[in-house]
Design a protein around this ligand. Structure first.
Ligand code: CA
Length: 225
């Protein structure tokens, strides 16, 4: 059974690569609403469900996706800047995201076993990255965070997780990824890594299985390894 293989986590596992939004933080509802509102401000329709389906893309990729659908072209740099600024402005008024229950205790356990903790996110916003370092101080170090600025190609491309493998020095079979989003799962699987999904959003579990997840759980509290 694959499931029992990770309870407890095998000694061969040297690192855990965590996605950030929707895995460490209960933040995706805010991102979904903010993206949806920002697009509506500029006359585009992009539902919160579409945000969840495309979660993990960089901001530029998300905006280009909508432009391709509605205008059959990529957005200009100025259009990207305007829409992304609007989204940033909207989300700034939302309450700060809180960490999911179970995350800190999981990190503590991993740390006690000398399993290295990495965060692999498409986000590039200093505000969120600084909060990450503060909220998980002692466990998350800025030298072990891959952001949207570290890669040419965001998720679903495997580059973010390949970059984490390269920087950590771990082989793909020595780590597991924890993801919540279809494109994040595709990215991790593309890098050849065992991928545990936590379905903290609004999509059906089947969407995560179809993206290639090796296991699907409801929330971080279920990850008892
Ligand atoms: Ca995510």
């Amino acid at each position: 059974m694959i499931d029992s293989a990770f309870r407890p986590l095998p000694d061969s596992i040297k690192g855990v690569f965590f996605d950030m939004d929707g895995v460490l933080y209960d933040s995706m509802g805010a991102h979904a609403d903010a993206w949806s509102q920002a697009f509506r401000f500029f006359g585009f329709d992009f539902s919160p469900e579409m945000v969840y389906r495309n979660e993990g893309r960089t901001a530029q990729s998300t905006i280009n996706l909508v432009f391709q659908q509605e205008k059959n072209r990529d957005a200009t740099e100025q259009e990207i800047e305007e829409i992304y600024s609007k989204k940033t402005e909207i989300i700034a008024d939302f309450p700060a995201a809180v960490a999911f229950d179970g995350v800190l205790s999981l990190m503590k356990k991993l740390s006690e076993r000398s399993v290295s903790i990495w965060v692999v996110t498409g986000s590039s916003q200093d505000k969120f990255l600084n909060a990450l370092l503060e909220d998980f101080a002692g466990y998350v170090d800025k030298t072990r965070v891959i952001t949207g600025q570290d890669v040419q190609h965001g998720k679903p491309h495997p580059e973010p997780y390949l970059m984490a493998l390269k920087r950590s020095g771990h082989a793909s079979h020595e780590v597991v990824v924890i993801e919540n989003a279809p494109l994040g799962i595709q990215s991790a699987k593309g890098a050849g890594i065992f991928t545990i999904a936590v379905n903290t959003g609004i999509l059906d579990d089947q969407v995560l299985w179809d993206s290639g997840a090796d296991q699907v759980y409801k929330n971080m509290l279920e990850l008892t390894f």
